[in-house]
Design a protein around this ligand. Structure first.
Ligand code: AMP
Length: 423
């Protein structure tokens, strides 16, 4: 089979790496890919959001299956476009992907199906939203309705911040169209957990649990990032929560989607807040998480390809997924300054050394090959994943491998999975 993976981050390198192990796969293309995917697949110079070019490439090259990494092409309707042309593609349709691309759509659906989530109000008029700010107890969470590169969620500690956030989103169009409508919701306390499910329309299979670290610096300080590291399994997940998740979240959600005439086929990953009261949904993601994928796939013993195909064909209930019992930890090496301004083009050394460790996988994100060497080309540069008999062992190995890699102004958190390793 010929596979096209869309995207160019660490998640896509992990997807390509895992699919490459399938005996049914002959060739893998990655658009646009990075220096890591170039070593095991064929990169093509097409952006992940250039849908017309991607469709042309898939047709001209007889691609058998396309796997979509990032959220933008899904929200733009790449799955509808490919399926209209009878091409197989893994991911939800544009209307199903609204679970991620419209926080208001997701909230209304959860409300209708009584899925546990933060109490919220939705606004399309700034005057009403500003008036509401005067009635609130703080902190509150203010969210732009649409996709905003992960920056559309603001935790407002007081009324002044809340009002300036409403102004910025609704009147100053700081997030463009994404902030035209907003959600103001209750601030939930607890610990977060990422749960990935392969959803085939009416049924689903869970992948192993994971947790990620969003803040830039140790001790959960600094600005939010795309994710500075992750570990699997999550230390706040249990069989009891899994049961609750099935009964109170997944089943009502799938029912609600079907009632709306929407068939969700693809990867659904709800971000959850776990507290004494149970699990509540913070948000829905309609694609594999990054960097969660870099810890989940190295633990998956089963072939990923038949699982993706069964999801598309509505047959995931026929599949069992086998897992490595060991734990995995990934540490993201970022460019100095990330998530704000950073420089690129820095030569990276030591990747070969780091790869020599047993059970270590280096997934590339913002890298490219230039003049025979690998250089940085993005904010998140590499994800160094290690497996170990437990979180502590995996963590030690990931950090030992990461210490072999150098590039100018490289920074990474030193406390990834620390609380799980010592608990
Ligand atoms: P979202 O994109 O909605 O997941 O928001 C990004 C991050 O903001 C989440 O991973 C949480 O850390 C935080 N967050 C979102 N909603 C809430 C909430 N209602 N209460 C507390 N934290 C939240």
């Amino acid at each position: 089979m010929k596979i096209l993976v869309i995207g160019g981050g660490g998640r896509e390198h992990a997807l390509v790496w895992k699919l490459k192990q399938s005996s049914s796969v002959d060739r893998i293309f990655c658009a646009p890919g990075n220096a890591g995917t170039a070593e095991i697949a064929e990169n093509i110079a097409v952006s992940a959001t250039d849908l017309a070019q991607l469709l042309r490439f898939a047709k001209q090259n007889d691609v058998d299956l396309t796997v979509v990494g990032p959220d933008d092409p899904l929200a733009m309707g790449i799955v509808d476009l490919f399926t209209a042309d009878k091409l197989r593609i893994f991911g939800p349709t544009k209307s199903a992907a609204r679970l991620e691309s419209s926080k208001i759509f997701a909230k209304e659906l959860m409300r209708a199906q009584k899925v546990p989530t933060a109490q919220a109000r939705m606004f399309s008029e700034s005057k009403e939203a500003l008036g509401y700010c005067d009635e609130l107890k703080f902190p509150v969470v203010i969210k732009a309705d649409g996709l905003a590169l992960g920056k559309g969620v603001i935790i407002a500690p007081d009324v002044a911040t809340a009002k300036s956030t409403v102004e910025a989103m609704m009147n100053e169009a700081r997030f463009g169209d994404a902030g035209r409508r907003i959600v103001i919701e209750e601030f939930l306390r607890g610990t977060e957990c990422s749960i990935h499910a392969l959803v085939d329309g009416s049924d689903y299979r869970l992948l192993e649990s994971a947790r990620d670290h969003k803040r830039a610096f140790d001790g959960d300080e600094g600005p939010n990032t795309g994710g500075m590291g992750a570990f699997s399994p999550a230390n706040n997940w249990s069989a009891e929560l899994e049961d609750q998740f099935d009964q109170k979240i997944m089943r009502p959600l799938l029912r609600g989607l079907l009632e709306e005439g929407i068939t969700f086929r693809g990867l659904l990953y709800p971000g959850l807040m776990i507290s004494a009261a149970g699990a509540r949904v913070l948000e829905f993601n309609c694609r594999f998480g990054d960097p969660e994928t870099q810890v989940i796939l190295p633990r998956m013993k089963s072939d990923l390809l038949p699982l993706l195909e069964a999801t598309i064909d509505g047959e995931i209930d026929m599949c069992a997924i086998e897992w490595d019992e060991r734990a995995a930890v990934t540490v993201v090496l970022a460019s100095g300054g990330y998530p704000d301004k950073y420089e690129t083009g820095k030569a990276i050394s030591g990747v070969d050394e780091a790869e020599k460790f047993d059970d270590v996988h280096i997934f590339h994100a913002g890298t490219q090959r230039g003049n025979g060497e690998i250089v940085t080309s993005g904010g998140r540069v590499l994800a160094v994943t290690a497996l170990g008999s437990n979180i502590a062992a995996a963590r030690d190995r990931a950090y030992a491998a990461a210490s072999r890699i150098q590039f100018e102004a490289c920074h990474y958190r030193r406390d990834i999975a620390l609380s799980a390793a010592t608990s």
